[in-house]
Design a protein around this ligand. Structure first.
Ligand code: FAD
Length: 517
């Protein structure tokens, strides 16, 4: 097929990338162009799979010449329509063949990767060197990419991105950070004049396509202490979280609600055992007293099954003594807010296995989708009241459609993140199955397609995000979902729009994202 009613010349892409790297089959188009929600949306005309910056640039030039919209895609593990086309006349660029770790520079403390490299690949590559990225990757990082994370804004983590190589909508390639300096040619430093790196971060692929990314790396600290606490309500847990953040010593602060607690005791058996093996392998000294995987599992189950809210904390230090000393201050805060200490198996498990796809379906095979909001540390009480009010006023609706909800909450800097999640019974599609190992497909509880409930979830989620918007929340992962344009001062949004028009005057890249329809 060389052309169709959109006058797209597919042959040009095939000649550049080879036929195998140009997908036109409807089934493939559907798998690549849907996200976790599976919105009603047009399929793209084709999906292409370049493997180098030059191939990305030339592909974009072909699309530019033919006036075709372009949707870059990383791991595809998002839920805000970021890469989901809103126009049929779209070529989707799958970046997962750009997957290499290119340059680890331990002397200058940076690593450069291709944008389609997963967080897991990078972390596993650095670990034998006792190094890690100086930022927290998303839990989805077993499949999600560093380019995706950079485009979404991972809350609290973006300072460690030092520079990028970016393909613009007309195919030009630019560099940001110190590697933009002709004579430096080293990506060791970010802020060289205005922060060009910063403006491309969190753009959800509207300003350009990231092809290479440089991140700061750091030594894995020797000392690490874990603690978990249970709380009778969200308000107290959130107050404790905020005070722990102000203390400034915890490297991970992660809270779960009663349902999430219960579910984490029932995670898929293979998945649980894999995690526990990692826990035992990595933490033989830390889990003294819990000598094997079975005991860790039993302790977790016993602790969490009847726990109302649970908070999981990790404190790192130059050595074990310093991490324990700092942890003692964290424990005092939890006790001040009436927390009860429980076995710290969850933070251990998160440390041992930071990336995992579990949780993207419910434990009964339900579909899942979250919505999040970031607030200042001082506003937790007010937000908890409003959100609990939202769920109690929608109780009947939730029951009628058999929609359950759950919360997680975290802190990674000077903000509080609340992430309510919805679960409902609906079809698990080929999109979802692509992320699960084949042997798990058969075991999965399956429901019939349930558009009525899916639409109700979509409506509830939008109403909740509107409530967050009214409360002045800040969001990551904006895509086509959050009310970004409406939330900004008009002159600020105008400046961002003018920049978009300069880079992409025909609005070819991800039209609809950040409000640019
Ligand atoms: C189970 C699960 C756990 C998760 N945990 C977390 C978490 O802990 N923290 C968190 O922040 N998020 C989390 N997420 C959300 C999501 O996975 C992250 O936002 C992740 O960074 C998305 O990366 P991706 O490669 O899948 O991007 P995609 O979903 O493929 O794309 C996201 C957006 O970025 C654009 N994009 C992708 N790659 C590029 C590129 N190279 N250049 C330009 N634009 C690009 C796309 O067009 C799209 O708009 C989770 C999701 C799931 C399903």
């Amino acid at each position: 097929m060389n052309s169709n009613k959109y006058n797209i010349n597919i042959k040009e892409f095939e000649e550049l990338l080879g036929k195998d790297n140009v997908l036109i089959d409807e089934k493939d188009l559907a798998i690549f162009s849907r996200d976790i929600i599976e919105w009603e949306a047009p399929l793209p005309l084709l999906v292409i799979k370049p493997a180098t910056t030059s191939e990305v640039s030339k592909s974009v030039q072909i699309a530019f010449k033919q006036k075709i919209h372009i949707a870059p895609r990383g791991g595809g593990l998002s839920y805000t329509k970021g890469y989901v086309p809103n126009k049929k006349n779209t070529v989707m660029i799958d970046l997962k063949r750009l997957d290499k770790v290119l340059d680890i520079n331990r002397e200058d403390l940076y690593v450069t990767v291709e944008a389609g490299c997963t967080w897991k690949n990078l972390t596993d590559t650095l670990k034998p060197l006792n190094m890690r990225p100086a930022m927290t990757g998303p839990i989805s990082g077993i499949h999600s990419t560093i380019g995706g994370g950079a485009s979404q804004n991972i809350p609290g983590s973006m300072d460690a991105i030092l520079g990028m190589e970016i393909v613009l909508a007309d195919g030009r390639v630019i560099f940001t950070g110190s590697s933009s300096c002709i004579r430096s040619n080293s990506p060791f430093y970010r802020n060289y004049g205005p922060d060009l790196t910063g403006i491309f971060l969190g753009d959800t692929g509207s300003y350009g396509i990231k092809t290479k990314i440089t991140l700061r790396i750091e030594r894995i600290p020797e000392g690490v202490s874990f603690a978990s606490y249970s709380f009778t309500n969200l308000k107290n847990m959130a107050r404790a979280m905020a005070e722990v953040a102000r203390l400034g010593v915890a490297s991970k602060t992660f809270g779960m609600d009663p349902l999430k607690n219960r579910n984490s005791t029932k995670i898929d058996f293979d998945e649980g055992i894999d995690t526990l093996k990692e826990v035992v392998k990595n933490n033989s000294s830390v889990i003294s007293g819990l000598k094997n995987a079975f005991k860790v599992a039993t302790a977790t189950k016993k602790n969490l099954e009847y726990t109302p809210w649970s908070l999981h904390l990790t404190v790192e230090g130059f050595d074990q003594g310093s991490s324990e000393k700092a942890m003692n201050s964290v424990l005092s805060i939890c006790e001040k807010y009436n927390g009860t200490q429980i076995e710290a198996t969850i933070p251990l498990a998160l440390r041992a296995r930071p990336y995992s796809i579990r949780g993207f379906l419910g434990i009964q095979g339900e579909r899942w989708v979250p919505v999040h909001a970031l607030f200042p540390l001082s506003r937790t009480d007010e937000v908890v009241d409003k959100v609990e009010g939202f769920f109690s006023s929608n109780k009947k609706r939730l029951e009628e459609f058999e929609i359950t909800h759950s919360f997680i909450s975290s802190i990674n800097g000077s903000f509080w993140l609340l992430e309510p999640m919805f679960y409902w019974f609906d079809e698990v599609s080929e999109y979802h199955l692509q992320y699960l190992e084949k042997h798990k497909h058969k075991k999965l509880a399956r429901s019939k397609k349930n558009l009525a409930t899916r639409n109700e979830v979509i409506a509830l989620r939008k109403e909740l995000s509107n409530l967050f918007f009214e409360l002045g929340s800040i969001n990551a992962q904006i895509g086509k979902f959050y009310n970004f344009a409406e939330s900004l001062h008009p002159e600020t949004y105008k400046v961002l729009t003018e920049f978009k028009k300069t880079l992409d005057p025909q609005n070819l890249l991800n039209p609809g994202n950040l409000g640019w329809k």
